[in-house]
Design a binder for this molecule. Sequence first.
Ligand code: 6PG
Length: 243
Amino acid sequence: MPSVPDLRVEIFPDLEAVSEAAAARVVARAAAAVTARGRFLVALAGGATPARTYERLAGPPHRERLPWGNVEIFFGDERCVPPEDPRSNYRLAHERLLSRVPLPPAQVHRLACEADAEAGARQYEALLRQRLPGVGGGFDLVLLGLGADGHTASLFPGRLPPPGPWVAVVARPEEPFRRLTLTPEVLNRSRLLVFLVAGREKAPALRAVLRGEAAMAASPVHLLKPAAGEIHWLLDREAAALL
Ligand code: 6PG
């Protein structure tokens, strides 16, 4: 049975409240990171759940509280499609957040893989090894989602990348595009992983993952155990209904 790391689970009435809590946590961690190390390294999640969090970060009061000049934006995963493609995780973040805040473009690191996924993975890994702090250093905060099948980022049960690389190419027969994903190796260097999970359809997977049940033993979430970091689960009542 997979071990279940000690968890910080917070349940909110709805997605709006989850989004506000997530935005406030980003702001708090950004302030601490910039005070301590002069910069805030954050990886954004794909999917629909974080959209409202991004909008809240792009508006008052959070927008004014974030030190955008010291913020570096990365992505946890991406579909290998053009950035303007509706399926692109970058597109969503750009629409709801990146286009609305004073972030220097050189501090936004898109996972570019539409032309050549393997080259994109190698280039992003080189970027991470250059931008993440020294020995053992990693992101200050990584936002993550959870799929109803127990996947997170583009780490899918039964389709995990080999150990070693920090960025991997993922091909799924049911999708006409490939994906890039950060791997547990680099995610486990993070100071904080924040899962945002909302909706009744996630309740079975969420319970199985959090309780370490056999049904989700293959979930890559069990590989995420930041050695010197924390994991926070921000849930709405619907997703937490079976806990
Ligand atoms: C992706 C996402 C993925 C997402 C989950 C949850 O590119 O598909 O990164 O990992 O976080 O599938 O998606 P929703 O938030 O849309 O439910």
